[in-house]
Design a protein around this ligand. Structure first.
Ligand code: NAD
Length: 495
């Protein structure tokens, strides 16, 4: 059985003897075991990262950027292998996995511009013969804790920028699909990254707690479910660390009566059922405004019935399994709850059967109509291929729904009316907004992050927000001896 260890100081290693199973969700069987790191593994990792930081922070930004540029080329060369590693342990289709690696690689591309991104500000003569400038310096040892749903892309929102800024980085990947993190680290070493600058520490919540409590770690970046995000934020902030903590979501897509219905249906299909709905930007609520509801439901139902649910090895697969048996059962419980709450179950994915993959964690696309605001299936994140349709009479009612929801990650509106679109982008209380775009995930040179219960902390991820998060601002005010007036000053200096 394959043993998945840690990547410390440039090599695979482990101290702990405790391992837990990693499954192939398509087959529903154990394919590997991942280490639950113990205190010694954690200490060794943090010591290696602390030592590596000292030298790496002295490497010039231009030389760091060249390592990143080489890394980008190596990722491109290994795209298929990385995608396969993801599909085997996560279950998503190969093309979807490839796309997620490319979105991560784009952050490497952005980070390789670091000499430009780190440029500070300079003011000449803030007083007579006195100049002032600001610089951004690295934090030290930074750490990232990531979820199962994007084992390449989400870590890559973090570590390329942190490392480009001159920090060292410890990645704690999800224990459900940990192999991709190790591969990303090995490839970074191949690009010339010095040992210890990027370490990967596997394990579960005990390892997370060790990282949060360790004084040598300067910052924590977290992505995962809201209860854990809130816990990580509070614990890290209390320990005096810089923290950005991204949580769960319930994303609404509003369809106005004047929307292009074909575009709206295509948008809903991909966003609700792509990656089996296990995306933090998945659309789980379609809000049908006015008399478009019946047509919208008919069209979505028609397309959903033909959606190909299959393992990633099938080239025609459009949707794979969910991550685990436990998660599959949780989603089924939500569907049962929706039925009990009185929502109209129009398409039931609970009993799907894929020949040859009977033990896989597959679910079919599921659609509820007439979902109401008070229902549990509306309020909570299901994180599976379950779409709720809510019918409302007006745009104002739709906007209120979006703004009243506790989550604030992404949202989208489909309309042909520029005024409505502008009103929506201005007034919705959500971090990432699409207009006739179903999944408005910002590019690497913009920043990713939600509002409300979807993000705890002050900084979103990647783009300039990432550079600011992974550096500390210093402002220098300077004059030279010949310009110094004699005698002390006892009043606030002024111009
Ligand atoms: P999760 O919260 O269960 O796990 C995330 C990470 O936290 C893992 O590395 C895990 O080992 C660790 N962890 C789990 N329980 C912990 C605990 N009690 N204490 C400390 N650490 C703990 O999330 P998941 O199931 O892996 O991922 C799915 C969730 O992630 C969904 O809620 C999804 O919306 C969210 N997500 C959010 C974003 C975003 O950008 N906002 C992106 C991707 C995923």
């Amino acid at each position: 059985m394959k043993k998945i260890e840690n990547y410390i100081n440039g090599s695979l290693q482990s101290n702990s003897k405790k391992f837990i199973p990693v499954d192939d969700p398509s087959k529903g069987e154990k394919i590997a075991e991942v280490i639950l790191s113990n205190d010694e593994d954690v200490e060794k990792t943090i010591n290696s990262s602390s030592e590596a930081f000292i030298k790496w922070s002295e490497v010039t930004p231009l030389k760091r950027s060249r390592v990143l540029a080489r890394y980008k080329a190596i990722i491109e060369k290994n795209l298929l292998e990385l995608a396969k590693i993801i599909s085997i342990e996560h279950g998503k289709t190969l093309e979807d996995a490839k796309g997620s690696v490319i979105r991560g690689m784009e952050v490497v591309e952005f980070a390789s511009g670091i000499p430009h991104l780190l440029k500070g500000e300079f003011s000449e003569n803030v007083g007579v013969n006195i100049d002032s400038w600001s610089i951004r310096q690295p934090l030290g040892v930074t750490a990232g804790i990531t979820p199962f749903n994007f084992p390449a892309m989400v870590p890559m929102w973090m570590f390329p920028i942190s490392i480009a800024c001159g920090n060292s980085f410890i990645l704690k990947p999800s224990e459900k699909d940990p192999s991709c993190g190790l591969k990303l680290a090995e490839l970074f070493s191949d690009a010339g990254l010095p040992d210890g600058v990027f370490n990967v520490l596997n394990g579960d919540k005990n390892v997370v707690n060790s990282l949060l409590g360790n004084k040598k770690i300067s910052s924590i970046s977290f992505v995962g479910s809201t209860p854990v995000a809130k816990y990580v934020y509070e614990k890290s902030a209390k320990a005096g660390k810089r923290v950005q903590s991204l949580g769960g979501a319930k994303n609404h897509l509003i369809v106005m009566p004047d929307a292009n219905i074909d575009q709206a249906v295509d948008g809903i299909m991909g966003a609700a059922f792509g990656s089996a709905g296990e995306r933090c930007m998945a659309v789980s609520v379609a809000v049908a405004v006015g008399d478009i509801a019946n047509e919208l439901l008919d069209e979505v139902l028609k397309q959903a019935q033909t959606l190909k649910v299959a393992p990633w090895t099938d080239e025609k697969a459009q949707m794979g399994p969910v991550i685990s048996r436990e998660h599959k059962n949780k989603i089924i419980d939500y569907i049962n709850t929706g039925v009990k709450e009185g929502a109209d179950l129009k398409l039931d994915g609970r009993k799907i059967n894929i020949q040859g993959y009977e033990n896989g964690y597959f679910l079919g696309p599921t659609i509820f109509d007439n979902v109401k605001e008070k229902m549990q299936i509306y309020q909570e994140e299901i994180f599976g291929p379950v779409l709720s349709i809510v019918r409302v009479k007006s745009y104002e009612e739709a906007l209120k729904l979006v703004n009243n929801h506790p989550f604030g990650n992404g949202t989208s509106i489909y309309t042909s009316d520029g005024e409505i679109s502008r009103n929506f982008t201005t007034n919705c209380k959500i971090g990432m907004v699409g207009v006739n775009v179903p999944i408005p995930v910002p590019m690497s040179f913009h920043s990713f992050g939600g509002w409300k219960q979807s993000l705890f902390g002050d900084h979103a991820m990647h783009g300039m927000e990432g550079v600011r998060f992974y550096t500390r601002l210093k402002t220098v005010t300077s004059r030279w001896p010949k310009s110094i007036k004699s005698g002390p000053e006892f009043i606030m200096p002024r111009n």
